[in-house]
Design a protein around this ligand. Structure first.
Ligand SMILES: NC(=O)c1ccc[n+]([C@@H]2O[C@H](COP(=O)([O-])OP(=O)(O)OC[C@H]3O[C@@H](n4cnc5c(N)ncnc54)[C@H](OP(=O)(O)O)[C@@H]3O)[C@@H](O)[C@H]2O)c1
Length: 299
């Protein structure tokens, strides 16, 4: 299989690259040379012509789309750009994948839900996004399913962090070292996802015999770390592990207004992905320890 991974400089793209480059044989005779990682300099998803031009000259068996417009607050001001990258570009990728008879794995978000449920969300639950970013991500999911009813897979994930880029863990570590006290939201529930865990799961899926069957209906799967916490609890654990002496006080969402509204509870049920691909999900705490150990080594 010739595999294209977009968003090579993002958290997930870099995590996939890291595994591929350190694992000399990824299973099923797949070699690191079969993977092509690209960033916006080669394929700019904000430009329709850049996308068509790139695929005029390149053909793949599988596209893993890790690129996205991910700045949730800024999207409120840049709705058109977010829509182009998260919706229209995904539609175009799906159309190209369909014409090239390639498979497509696309990443979406827990934020497609409004967070008002008191139960973890199932893949079949009705989305109801409450901010611009989430609306563009949902539009991308829907366009993909329409253009490519077969041979694609959408993975919704949540609260992604890693050693790379900007994320909650790295922000907390920085702020915790600068300040004596931080106020962190304690009424939003979710499950942190270590990008390396998600990267590993994607690689497991593409090697799985169930994925390799041709002509499959396009499916949505939920995947996140195991466990349910608030941002406040997450921050407390980060400081505990890093031995940072910073008081973390709980505040409500109302006390911490942001340009984009955030859903209150975005826990997702993951039974489907576990059952279909026979995967194991790591607990958020053990994955956080792994990530923080690597971050410490980088210091
Ligand atoms: N981060 C989260 O908490 C979270 C939660 C739920 C779902 N997700 C989803 O998970 C996926 C991976 O997220 P992530 O955390 O890895 O995101 P990320 O670190 O923000 O990476 C996104 C990548 O997309 C690239 N990109 C942005 N605009 C582009 C454009 N116009 N053309 C080409 N590439 C472009 C960025 O390129 P540059 O490096 O050049 O900017 C970046 O490398 C996304 O689909 C996201 O929506 C993320």
């Amino acid at each position: 299989m010739r595999i294209l991974v977009t968003g090579k400089n993002g958290q997930l793209g870099r995590s996939i690259q890291n595994i591929v480059n350190t694992d000399t044989k990824i299973g099923n005779n797949q070699s690191p040379n079969d993977f092509i990682f690209i960033g916006r300099e080669d394929l700019d998803l904000s430009s329709k012509s850049s996308i068509s031009h790139y695929f005029d000259n390149n053909k793949f068996d599988l596209i893993i789309n890790c690129a996205a417009y991910t700045q949730v607050d800024r999207a409120e001001q840049e709705a058109e750009l977010a829509n182009q990258i998260n919706h229209l570009a995904v539609k175009q990728l799906a159309s190209i994948a369909s014409n090239q008879q390639s498979r497509l794995i696309h990443i979406s978000t827990d934020y497609v839900f409004d967070g008002e449920s008191n139960k973890p969300y199932l893949e079949t639950d009705t989305p109801n996004p409450i901010n611009v970013y989430s609306r563009t991500k949902l539009a991308g999911e829907k366009a993909l399913q329409t253009v490519m009813p077969m041979n694609a897979l959408i993975i919704r994930t949540s609260w992604v962090y890693s050693e790379y880029g900007n994320n909650f863990v790295k922000t907390m570590l920085r702020l915790g070292r600068e300040r004596d006290e931080l106020k962190v939201v304690s009424d939003q529930m979710g499950s942190p996802t270590y990008a390396t865990d998600l990267a590993g799961i994607i690689l497991e899926i593409i090697m799985h015999k169930k994925f390799r069957v041709v002509a499959q209906t396009t499916q949505i799967y939920h995947y996140s770390g195991e466990g349910e916490i608030t941002w406040h609890e997450f921050a407390k654990e980060i400081f505990k592990l890093a031995e940072i002496d910073c008081k973390v006080s709980p505040i409500s969402t109302q006390q911490y207004p942001t340009p984009a509204k955030r859903p209150r509870n975005t826990l997702m049920k993951k039974d489907k992905i576990v059952k279909v691909f026979n995967i194991k999900i790591s607990n958020w705490k053990s994955s956080l320890i792994t990530c923080m150990t690597l971050l410490k080594k980088q210091q």
